[in-house]
Each structure stands twice: as structure tokens, then as C-alpha cells.
Design a protein around this ligand. Sequence first.
Ligand SMILES: *[C@@H]1O[C@H](CO)[C@@H](O)[C@H](O)[C@H]1NC(C)=O
Ligand SMILES: *[C@@H]1O[C@H](CO)[C@@H](O)[C@H](O)[C@H]1NC(C)=O
Ligand SMILES: *[C@@H]1O[C@H](CO)[C@@H](O)[C@H](O)[C@H]1NC(C)=O
Ligand SMILES: *[C@@H]1O[C@H](CO)[C@@H](O)[C@H](O)[C@H]1NC(C)=O
Ligand SMILES: *[C@@H]1O[C@H](CO)[C@@H](O)[C@H](O)[C@H]1NC(C)=O
Ligand SMILES: *[C@@H]1O[C@H](CO)[C@@H](O)[C@H](O)[C@H]1NC(C)=O
Ligand SMILES: *[C@@H]1O[C@H](CO)[C@@H](O)[C@H](O)[C@H]1NC(C)=O
Ligand SMILES: [Ca+2]
Ligand SMILES: [Ca+2]
Length: 595
Amino acid sequence: MSRSFGLKWADLHIYLVFIAALAVSASGQKAFSLDSLPAENLDQETRCGATIEADAGTLTVPSVGQNIEPGSICIYTIHLQTRSNFRFNISSLNVTGGERDEDCSDAAVRIYALTNLVPAESVESYTFCDDNPPPTTGSFFLSGNLATVIYHASANPSEESGFTLNFEAVAFQPIPTTHESSYTSATTGLIRYPVEGEYETNRVNTWLIKTSDADANLQLDVLLERIDMEECEANGNFTVNDVCLCDALIVYEISSTGILEERERLCGRSNDTLRIEYLGPNFIIAFFTDHIDVPGQGTGFQVIYKPHEVATTTTTSQPSSTSGSSTAAPTTTTPRPPATNYSSECGGVLTGTQGLIEYKLDGSYSNYERCLWTIRTPYRSGIRFQLNSAGFEPEFDNLQIYTINSAGIQGSHVFDQPVTSPVSVVLNGTVALVLFQSDFSNYGRGISLEFSAEEGFESGILYYEDRNTVVDVGDTVVTRFPDSGLYRNLELSTLVYMHKNIRAGRVRMNITSLDLQVGTDGSCADKLHVFHVNDPTASPPNNNHLSRYTPVEGICQMSDVVIPDPTNVGQGIILILATDEQSRANGIEVAVDTI
Ligand SMILES: *[C@@H]1O[C@H](CO)[C@@H](O)[C@H](O)[C@H]1NC(C)=O
Ligand SMILES: *[C@@H]1O[C@H](CO)[C@@H](O)[C@H](O)[C@H]1NC(C)=O
Ligand SMILES: *[C@@H]1O[C@H](CO)[C@@H](O)[C@H](O)[C@H]1NC(C)=O
Ligand SMILES: *[C@@H]1O[C@H](CO)[C@@H](O)[C@H](O)[C@H]1NC(C)=O
Ligand SMILES: *[C@@H]1O[C@H](CO)[C@@H](O)[C@H](O)[C@H]1NC(C)=O
Ligand SMILES: *[C@@H]1O[C@H](CO)[C@@H](O)[C@H](O)[C@H]1NC(C)=O
Ligand SMILES: *[C@@H]1O[C@H](CO)[C@@H](O)[C@H](O)[C@H]1NC(C)=O
Ligand SMILES: [Ca+2]
Ligand SMILES: [Ca+2]
């Protein structure tokens, strides 16, 4: 007996936590609708892929009524349920790019065994197309109990294009392996497995992540963290090459032409974060465990993936010598450097699970300094700041740390005493502003400040962008945010403008466009908060240089602002854009110069 699979959508299973799913809580079916922009209009027919859990069946591609985009790929995982080893046959095949194509580079059906029992280079696979058809005898075989079928559709398909694949499990001896699988096209996600405690043995779990449904050109960053699984070594007689034969996590990348490639194979234990950058838009995470039931086998792993961080800083140059004329390039066209987790400059954006600021560590800072760094620990809910050293003039010069959430400032801490052995503080929040300021007299040695993300995750923020711009006398910076299109749902982004030299003046801003969602009751559903950096009006100690400029509920439309806005002036100006989970609009445009 066999079942037919056109499209089968695996439910979000309980061990799987996708950030996107959390945001819409209980409505399981719509769990992935929080996808990025293009995905909101996706219907199921345009998605092409599924997970199949059965001992026998037929996979027909396309399914009835399904329209497959020319040149796109479809990905299916097949988990045999009780027996292992596949017998396949292909009962119809019309897969061709038109030209003679013996290596199936224009269009193909590819089938791969996924397993941790053989090395990556020995993985069994098949590639078929019209010019390289399946065996005439009918059947072909694949070992193991997990396979993936990848269809690379022709760029010039005919009406008949597609294939029908039959599969059945053939091993005589049933195997008691439990399989679970899931599919998503969300472009951002968090997979924690298991959610708590230790994982169970004798399972195969797969997560098929196919973000090309939302955006075919995405490049992803994937972080593998908190790896804690059994190593074979623990059980005795294995060589070091075999340690991942017991339990293992494998990341397979699928190219835009449907070729599968193993990118990482992990086992054992590590507290390091392994980062894979520029992964293509489609990948499979497979977790294999053996049947050896050793107590204390491990607490599993965690995977975070998200679009590769493009462009987060627009920090202009260091203070330069005063001689000569400086011709600043227009700030709006300066390409932004990649995200970094280190800064020795006066201000900038730092992104990562850990990082370091070393500012004037080997010398002295000056009077009247204002340096503002934006620190982002993506998707984490708390940040530890450790001040390793600082030669502050007590109280009058200090380091002020503010964490941000959708309401504005969430938490804060001031380091205002000289430090020779490390002191630290943990603040709730996923993004922070760190302000170093010195007053008009008496100075000391600079600072070394480390940050690291805490364990917890922030699931209420899916998108962010941080920009940090130093504005010099004579510069005019015009910023549209976002650069184009609409802002995102569940976004928390920050824009910072700091004057390069507060002895030479201040920055001022006109908000020239403000189009954020207004709620039905007239209040701001999506909001902009504006803060100023200025000397506190109270008497010293000078430990709070940030003041709120907009009302606590934020602003969202042009009627909330005046142009020109002579009081929107400061040593620095900070904008925080915070959006809710639905309805997007154009965002903001601001013009900043100096006075
Ligand atoms: C594939 O379909 C096209 C269009 O219907 C047809 O001309 C061609 O002969 C088919 N090829 C195979 C191998 O069946
Ligand atoms: C193809 O496989 C199916 C099920 O696995 C089987 O019923 C059918 O007889 C096979 N056809 C051929 C030609 O081998
Ligand atoms: C370990 O492997 C070696 C060589 O493969 C074999 O001679 C030895 O008996 C094995 N030891 C155990 C405890 O299985
Ligand atoms: C990972 O960190 C935890 C908690 O700090 C510690 O108990 C554990 O030994 C560390 N594991 C490794 C492999 O470093
Ligand atoms: C920056 O991040 C990388 C990768 O997480 C880490 O190895 C490195 O130590 C970090 N650098 C600093 C200065 O913390
Ligand atoms: C930080 O968040 C945790 C968990 O939500 C909460 O228990 C704690 O009180 C918060 N700490 C501060 C300082 O707000
Ligand atoms: C703000 O608007 C006023 C009046 O139109 C104008 O004089 C000023 O230059 C503007 N500031 C910026 C930064 O564009
Ligand atoms: Ca001072
Ligand atoms: Ca909204």
C-alpha cells in the first residue's frame, strides 16, 4: 500500500521553536506567515517542498494544479518510519532544459541519502534527467532511512515537466527509530532541540529550511550553539574519525541548482558559537542519534539563522589633523562596512554574541569627548558588560549604558569610577547604546569594555538594523529608513547621529517624512522615539546625558512633527523605530546637519 504526496505540510512539532511561530502563538497553520515581505503573499501552491514520513509512497511533482516557478528548486525529505533502505523507481520523467544535457545541469531530479554513518564524500546519491535517465531495469536503491529528493526545475519547462517517484522501505528487520521532520520558509528562525533537558535516543530529526520561497537571493548566517551531544569515544573503541558515528548534527546546504553539500558535521560538546556565513537560502539540519541509551547523553543544540547582515555602520573617519581642507564624501553613498564586534574608534556599531571596545586604552582621552557605540546581540535578551579598565575622572567622566526596547530606554547602568580589575553588569535588552563622555576638565586613561550575550532569547524582535553616523561641521546627512520599500513587522532598529566635536557645535534634525502605522484608536501602533544626547541640567555627577525628546508613546505621522524643528538639536540624536506584528508602512526620512 502506498500513499500519495503532492504537498504535505508537517506540523510544527513541539520540540521546534521558531521565532516566527512564537510571535503568532497558537495558530499553528499560520505559523510561518510572519515571513519577510514577499512571503506574505505566498500561497501554498508556490511553495515547493515537503517532508514525508512513510514507509512507502509516491511523490508526484508538480502536484495537481501546482505551478512551479521555472528554474526554481523543490526539496522533499523522506523519512522511512519502521524499516530502512529505500527501493525507488521513477514511473514518469520529463526533466530537461531543452538542450542536450548529460550532466543534468539545466534540470534534474537528485536523490541523496542523509546519514552520519559514512563520511561526507561517500554519501550515496543519484542524479537523473532526460539525457541521463534512471536505470531501465526500474528499481534503484539507497541505504539508510532518510533521503532527500531535490528537483531543479528547467528554466524553459514544458507542460509535461516533472516526475513521479515511487519509494518503499525494503529491509526485512524493522528498526525502532523515531523520525520527526519539519519544513519552513521563514527567513529567520531559532531551533532549540530539545527545548529542555536531554534529547531522546534513537531518533532522526530534520529541519528543512527553504527560504528561497520568500527570497531566492538570500544569503544566510547560521549560528550553531550550545552543542552538547554524546560522542562515540565515551563508549569505548572508536577512532577519532568515528566520534560522530553515534550522535551528530549535520548541516547540508542546497545550491540554487539543487546540489546538496555537507557544510558542517558536529558532535560532542562545545560552548563556542560556530558561525556559517553566506549560506545559500536553502539548507537541511539533520540530527541523528544512535540506539545506545547512555544516561546523560546531552542537551542537544541550538541553531539560529537569519539573513546575512548587510551593512550596519556609517561611521565616518577618526578625527584627523586640522590642516588642509577635508572633502567628505556624501555620507548617503558610502558603502557600509560589514558588521564587526571590535571598535577602537569613537563610536560605531558592534554586532555579535561577544565583542570589545578599546578606546584610547594606551593614552589619555580628552576633555569634551562624546563617543556613542551601538551594541547589538542579535536575538538575545540580555547583555553582560564588563569594564576591564578605565581611568575616568570619578563621576565627571563616565560610561553610560542604556538598553533599548520598543518603549524607549529599557535599562541603564553608569560606570563612573576608575577601574583596574574588571567590573560587570547584566542588563536586559538585545540592543544597547554605550556613551562615553568627559567633561570640560581633568582626564585620564581610556577604556576597555567587553560585552557578551546572555543565554536567554528575545523572540519579540524579528528584524533590526543599526546605523551610527558621525556628523562633521558642514555635513548634511539625509537618511531614508528603510532604504526602500516598507519597514518590517516586529522590527527594532536604531539610528544614531553624533557630532564629531561638541566644541564645534551640535547636530540638528528635521524629520521630513514620517509614515508609520497608526492604530484604530489613533495612537501609534508602530512608533518612532527620539532621544537627545546633551549635558544634564542637574548638578554633577554628570551621569545621565540622554533625554527623551518625543512623548513616551512615540510619534508616527507628520502631524506629530513640526518643520522646521528648532528644538530637535543635541550633541547627538538617537532614533528608535519599533514596530508591532502587523501592518507596515513607508518609514521615515530625516535630514541632519550641524549648527
Ligand atoms: C516532455 O514533454 C514535452 C512536451 O509535452 C514532449 O515534447 C517531450 O517529448 C517529453 N519528453 C519526454 C522524455 O517524455
Ligand atoms: C515501482 O515501485 C512501486 C512501489 O515501490 C511498485 O509498486 C512498482 O511495481 C514499481 N514499478 C516498477 C516498474 O518497478
Ligand atoms: C578495539 O578495536 C581493536 C582493533 O579494531 C580490537 O582489536 C579490540 O578488540 C577492540 N576492543 C574492544 C574493547 O572492542
Ligand atoms: C560550557 O559552559 C558551562 C556553563 O558555563 C560549563 O559548565 C561547561 O563545562 C562548559 N562546557 C565546555 C565544553 O566548555
Ligand atoms: C568576535 O567574534 C568572534 C566570533 O564569535 C570571536 O571569536 C572573537 O573573539 C570576537 N572578538 C572579540 C573582540 O570579542
Ligand atoms: C530581566 O528580565 C528578567 C526576565 O524577564 C526579569 O526576571 C528581571 O527582573 C529583569 N531584570 C531587570 C533588571 O529588569
Ligand atoms: C530644517 O528645515 C529648515 C527650514 O526649512 C532649514 O532651514 C534647515 O536647513 C533644515 N535642516 C536640515 C538638516 O535639513
Ligand atoms: Ca573630566
Ligand atoms: Ca505595524
